[in-house]
Design a protein around this ligand. Structure first.
Ligand code: PLP
Length: 380
């Protein structure tokens, strides 16, 4: 039996993870700026999440949303502290793409329209609905699609009354780590209001503190009708959520969606631990501080290969003039895990608990690797 590799294989067996580090089967330590595509933003084995999961395993591990559990009540009251005020309804799913699916279904029901507007460079997942609003043609070829129009990110947008919803990442991740401009996000809200369309804000990658705000859209002063979160909310446990207004809730009937495992007690225990970490461990402040340090360091690197350094908090992209794959490989050999975004961006998604020494270590390795790549290409 073999695993079919939809993702490129990195050639390493990871045996252990703790905080900002992982160790392979040879005992080599890596500083983890890959974090499972950003899911380990709270670090590996975050203590509050591990404790909550162990406790929950000794109570009840399985039920469906037909039953309440104490941990559900706890999570709902903690979520009230971190979610925008008018998003009073929440449903849990197991992955980001499922959260996107539900948001599209909600928008169709709430507006009785079928058309979506998404953006060039967007990534929202791989199931058919989410794939329809994802930009990269390479991922979509041969698959049927919902009715979707792709507009230019960060440019003025005009909508008509056939549009059910606009779906947007406040910081595009997979597309190359591109922060939205606040005026752009505000103009989306206005354009949606003008034609009665919903605004779906996908914070599966940018949310939960990573950008140095709990939610990246908050810094831009916009209110979503539907907010999506995933990746880091369960400290690495597979869980996502969809939060939506009462108005949207009033338009969908209970049997029009569901999920066996969505929001199961273990997932909720992980979210409880994740929320405690977010609320009590200075996650947002540290992401802002360490992000600024890393951005400053990256911006001052002198390399002919670097076009631009951009990002927010600990969601950082270094746009190169070349394919970043050899650089990512060399960084991994040097003990730093990173990933690609778009075709030329080197992406860093570190956990919030990196320290100044981690940043310095990463910067000297990155500098050395870029120099070596320059000379390999005869550019030095
Ligand atoms: C913004 C955004 N939305 C949705 C998804 C899909 O999430 P998942 O891979 O958990 O299905 C991702 C994954 O990278 C993402 O970055």
């Amino acid at each position: 039996m073999r695993l079919f590799r939809f993702f490129g294989y990195r050639g390493v067996t990871l045996e252990r993870g703790e905080g900002q580090y992982v160790w392979d089967s040879q005992g080599r330590r890596y500083l983890d700026f890959h974090t499972g595509h950003g899911a380990a933003f709270l670090g590996h084995r975050p203590p509050r999440v591990v404790k909550r999961l162990k406790e929950q395993m000794d109570r009840v591990m399985v039920t469906t949303p037909s039953f309440d559990t104490p941990v559900l009540h706890e999570v709902l009251s903690m979520l009230r502290k971190v979610l925008p005020n008018d998003l009073n309804n929440v449903f849990f799913q197991n992955s980001g793409t499922e959260a996107v699916e539900l948001s599209l279904k909600l928008a169709i029901k709430a507006t009785k329209r079928r058309k979506f507007v998404a953006f060039k460079g967007s990534f929202h997942g791989r199931t058919l609905g989410a794939l329809s609003v994802t930009w990269n043609p390479k991922y979509k070829e041969g698959f049927p699609s919902l009715d979707v129009e792709f507009a230019n990110f960060n440019e003025p947008l005009e909508l008509d009354e056939s549009v059910a919803a606009v779906i947007v990442e406040p910081v595009q991740g997979e597309g190359g780590v591109i922060p939205s401009r606040p005026d752009f996000m505000k103009s989306l809200r206005e354009a949606c209001d003008e034609v009665g369309a919903l605004l779906i804000v996908d914070e599966v990658q940018s949310g939960f503190g990573r950008t140095g705000e709990v939610w990246a859209h908050q810094a831009r002063g916009v209110k979503p009708d539907i907010l999506l979160a995933g990746k880091s909310i369960g400290g690495g446990f597979p869980v996502s959520l969809v939060a939506f207004t009462d108005e949207v809730a009033s338009m969908i009937k209970p049997y029009e969606h569901g999920s066996t495992h969505g929001g199961n007690p273990l997932a909720l225990a992980a979210v409880a631990g994740g929320l405690e970490t977010l609320l009590h461990d200075g996650v947002v402040e540290r992401a802002r501080e360490m992000g600024a340090l890393l951005m400053r360091g990256l911006s001052s690197l002198e390399s002919k290969l670097v076009r631009e350094v951009r990002g927010e908090g600990l969601m950082i992209g270094v746009k190169l003039r070349v394919n970043p794959t050899p650089v990512i490989k060399a960084l991994q050999q040097g003990g730093l895990l990173s990933l690609k975004a778009g075709s030329t961006t080197l992406r860093f998604l570190p956990p919030y608990l990196i320290n100044e020494k981690d940043v310095q270590d990463a910067l000297s390795l990155i500098e050395g690797v870029l120099k070596a790549e320059e000379s390999r290409r005869g550019l030095s």
